[in-house]
Design a protein. Sequence first.
Lengths: 134, 134, 134, 134
Amino acid sequence: MFSMIVQPRFVETDALGHINNTVLPQWFEQARTPIFKLFVPSMDPKDWTLILAKIEVEFVSELFYQFDVELRTYIERIGNSSCVIYQEAWQRGQLGAKGRATLVHFDHSSKKSVAIPDDIRAVLAEHPYSEEDS
Amino acid sequence: MFSMIVQPRFVETDALGHINNTVLPQWFEQARTPIFKLFVPSMDPKDWTLILAKIEVEFVSELFYQFDVELRTYIERIGNSSCVIYQEAWQRGQLGAKGRATLVHFDHSSKKSVAIPDDIRAVLAEHPYSEEDS
Amino acid sequence: MFSMIVQPRFVETDALGHINNTVLPQWFEQARTPIFKLFVPSMDPKDWTLILAKIEVEFVSELFYQFDVELRTYIERIGNSSCVIYQEAWQRGQLGAKGRATLVHFDHSSKKSVAIPDDIRAVLAEHPYSEEDS
Amino acid sequence: MFSMIVQPRFVETDALGHINNTVLPQWFEQARTPIFKLFVPSMDPKDWTLILAKIEVEFVSELFYQFDVELRTYIERIGNSSCVIYQEAWQRGQLGAKGRATLVHFDHSSKKSVAIPDDIRAVLAEHPYSEEDS
């Protein structure tokens, strides 16, 4: 599991008084940074070798401005060229949201998906998600 | 089907040269405005009676800054207190992304879901989605 | 004067119940689109020849979610390679915010500012701002 | 001086390959958190006693995705009910942007500005900005 703490921004609240739903995909994107670093060690966008195929977010309970949020990131499934990331947002001991993102290892010049190299695959496998975690 | 045209903002692009994936949930939220109006005729956030239970977005092809995007919004399923909205983003005749959002009719004071009234149900039913549409 | 209507997004509100202040720079950026088109007719980011040197925004009165906003854009000053854009956000007949942006005509390959061509200068001059406008 | 480290988000880049200009007001807002805490110890938006009167940002050099950014926040001027915050964004030893924000101590129920209490004034005075700092 990768863990990251995010301090909510005032701009991320909405008129209902809590964190707006469209913020979660942004937080989850940022919490995937350790995975980006595995695929793109330079972290330079010019070297990027990933695309996002799909995201989903389930909103479980309200998230608020004034408390830190812990983002937990797990690898749920590793395919040939893609992997499914499972993520959760926790605040004050409560699950606020959970989501999945399907990342594809991708060659932007040939516009083709590429098999995930074995060394990266091995590191990903160290961060598994199983139902018992949640 | 509800249709809305959005003109991409420069801030909505990212370093890969196209529209960032986290923008789609924002566009789709805005394209649900006609549905918000059905449930909250005043459109005043203080009168809000909806919450979002789930979103998902599938990224089909790149979306670019310099061309308008058409957002198409359909009602896929109407339950007792919730409904599933199906949405697509089109640019230059190509499907860029598609998504679903599960909205729940909700009483913020009692913190309980509420059955969708028949008159709203009838209007929603006029905007159905069927597989043949896409 | 260039005019553009923007329909506020729910995500653009904050917990104080109105439009968050950080949204104005995004709206004003989008309202400068006609000026971008003058300098970059293709509107392709790869052809971009502008950089932003400075922005300022003054918040005059609250802006709300449920009403359209008119963005008015004027050219306040045209220098050799830069120009100052003056902008206002109006809602229900009231001025909500006003701002300035200093744009520089710029060659991204040589990393140098470039004089504004006479034909563009002439079009800019057709949209002047004078104190009497406000 | 208050210091805060921000790790840029991919969504915060734009098609020119660097951090979009509209992101700076968001970062600077977040970096004013210690000042928010002085005025609103609960940090609950319902207790908020501040409004923003004005912001300005000067863009000095490009900011990039792959390196941390340090936000430095100083108090430049303390008036009767308002104060001017001066802020800078540094990346890899280089100044990327600098800005000012005018905050007003405000009573949202009476819609009136309120004098800054002496104890808060004393803490603010411990974080002065003078030209030699930059």
